[in-house]
Ligand binder design. Structure first.
Ligand code: CA
Ligand code: CA
Length: 240
């Protein structure tokens, strides 16, 4: 009796698995996600996302994880596309306690809440670029090479980003010229880049390893929090 019911149960579990999370699998998928090409979209970089409404053909990450910490963090959504001229993106981050250090130098961004985009042409991170953006759209951008060699003097002047702070979180909306991204892709032969999407979630100005929550779109293979390693990146391709 039990033996007979097994195939049914197995099929049922398969079906439930297939259909229970249809929109949440982009980061877990073994396929290479595509940043779609959209020509007709008119996006204004102003921190207001109404211009993204009703757009279905987007790269969308709506399930982030805390690989080393508390899963009880605010909903985090990242969406993006490109139009050949710019890579457009936004983070929509729920956060009831926004922490941001007074901005005196770029590295102050690293002392508080932020969304982060890392890009590399190389799976071994011999060279990669990081954009860390605070709730008030202050930017810490730098060039890096594995392992943790940071050149904070590097800036992407053409990065545009605006934010909107709401009572329950913040929105970061921005664009990066495709000329920069194509320049990176030109240095490999893969027509894609390795992408890191992260959040630093703080609840206090004090640096406290127990309460800072490091959030990612994929799970890096590291026992301690670290986004500056190859397994924190996942390959994506840019649609034609
Ligand atoms: Ca907008
Ligand atoms: Ca926070």
């Amino acid at each position: 009796m039990f033996k007979k019911s097994k195939p049914f149960l197995f099929n049922f579990i398969l079906l439930v698995g297939l259909f229970s999370h249809p929109k949440n699998t982009i980061a877990q998928s073994t396929d290479t996600p595509i940043i779609p090409f959209n020509k007709g979209l008119s996006i204004t970089i102003d921190g207001n996302l109404s211009d993204w409404n009703n757009q279905n053909n987007l790269f969308c990450v709506n399930q982030f994880i805390s690989p080393w910490g508390n899963q009880n963090f605010g909903k985090t959504i990242f969406k993006a596309f490109h139009d050949g001229s710019y890579f457009y993106f936004y983070f929509d981050i729920k956060d009831n306690n926004m922490v941001e250090k007074k901005f005196e130098k770029e590295q102050d961004v690293g002392r508080g809440d932020r969304g982060e985009i890392f890009l590399s042409a190389y799976s071994d991170l011999r060279e990669y670029y990081c954009f860390e953006i605070s709730p008030s759209a202050k930017v810490l951008d730098y060039r890096a090479s594995h392992y943790r060699k940071f050149d904070y003097g590097w800036d992407l002047e053409s990065l545009e980003v605006k934010s909107k702070i709401n009572p329950d979180g913040y929105i970061l909306e921005g664009r990066i010229p495709m000329a920069f991204i194509k320049g990176l892709m030109a240095s490999n032969s893969e027509q894609g880049l390795y992408l890191g999407l992260f959040r630093g979630e703080f609840d206090s100005m004090e640096w406290n390893d127990k309460t800072i929550n490091w959030i990612s779109w994929i799970r890096p293979t590291s026992e301690k929090p670290d986004f500056h390693i190859p397994s924190a990146f996942k390959k994506v391709q840019f649609g034609q």
